[in-house]
Design a protein around this ligand. Structure first.
Ligand SMILES: CSC[C@H]1O[C@H](OP(=O)(O)O)[C@H](O)[C@@H]1O
Ligand SMILES: Nc1ncnc2[nH]cnc12
Length: 289
């Protein structure tokens, strides 16, 4: 591997399985204590800096939202030295003013998933990270500026609800989420965002609105074809936005993401099994010495 650690990790979602703008590309097979990431990690140069890319659903889109190994994806990026991650995701809109083609950088997450491994911790080492503000405010603002610079229509803020899927919502569910004040809907932000916090990484979401879900009275209900068609129309903006972000990374984080575990570990040091210490040393080593 090249000597410089990637300054940015990009996790590409539905419709974004590679970054064509990367040069000097190498492909790294990473094995983590949590298994293999969804795809080989592709590391390449963009604007003179190294970027690491993972295809969330695998090459050919082979993992459903419930099957994605979120822990391995985040852990693999951490192993490569990545400290800041952006997710590029497709989402449905639950608000009239967040229209298909627009890009939302949400500031809140509502986790409605129920069957995913959602923490690196356990097995004798307990941690409770704070996620009141689940995304990095500083990285999110830079992503927002970058999307504007790339010519996109962007919204900074909004709540993203993550459903388990893989099916889309019923009209009753969609209307309920709207009545709860949710802005956009997807299937992958949780637990990814929370794992990034446990790994003390800054994390922001560039969510591409691909549809109006199923609540809209005059728009057709969401389909996969609709999602991929709209996302593909946005691919160039997504790639240009990442390019526009590069001069600003690493973004100066004032939000404490890089110290998220400082007051989160609760297990007595002498009670932590050696095996767990070793497994999680990359995350907690500096707190246990
Ligand atoms: C292909 S439609 C539903 C699918 O698309 C989104 O994926 P991602 O967040 O990885 O872009 C959504 O979350 C679902 O997984
Ligand atoms: N309407 C929707 N619901 C859940 N995930 C989505 N991804 C894209 N559109 C979506």
């Amino acid at each position: 591997m090249k000597e410089h650690a990637p300054v940015l990790g990009v996790i590409g979602g539905s419709g974004l399985y590679q970054m064509s703008s990367l040069t000097d590309v190498e492909q790294v097979e990473v094995e983590t204590p949590f298994g293999k990431p969804s795809s080989p990690v592709v590391i390449g140069t963009l604007e003179g800096k190294r970027v690491a890319f993972v295809a969330r659903h695998g090459i050919g889109h082979v993992y459903s939202p419930s099957e994605v190994n979120y822990r391995a994806n985040i852990y693999a990026l951490k192993m490569l030295g990545v400290k800041q991650v952006i997710s590029i995701s497709a989402c449905g809109s639950l608000r009239e003013d967040y229209a298909p083609g627009h890009i939302v950088i949400p500031d809140q997450i509502f986790d409605f998933t129920h069957k995913r491994a959602r923490s690196f911790f356990g097995d004798g080492l307990v941690a409770h990270v704070g996620v009141a503000d689940p995304v990095c405010k500083d990285l999110s603002r830079q992503v927002y500026e970058a999307v504007l610079q790339a010519g996109g229509t962007a919204h900074l803020g909004g709540t993203l609800i993550t459903i388990e899927g893989p099916r889309f919502s019923t009209r009753a569910e969609s209307n309920a989420y709207r009545s709860w004040g949710m802005s956009i809907i997807g299937m992958t932000a949780s637990p990814e965002v929370f794992l990034a916090r446990e790994a003390e990484m800054c994390y922001a979401i560039m969510a591409h609105v691909t549809d109006y879900d199923v609540w809209h009275v005059s728009e057709a209900p969401v389909t996969v074809e609709m999602v991929i068609r709209t996302l593909l129309q946005n691919t160039q903006i997504a790639q240009q936005a990442v390019q526009a972000l590069m001069p600003h990374v690493p973004v100066a984080c004032q939000s404490g993401c890089q110290h998220a575990l400082a007051d989160a570990l609760i297990t007595a040091k002498d009670r932590i099994p050696q095996e767990t210490r070793e497994k999680l040393s990359l995350l907690v080593g500096r707190y246990l010495s």
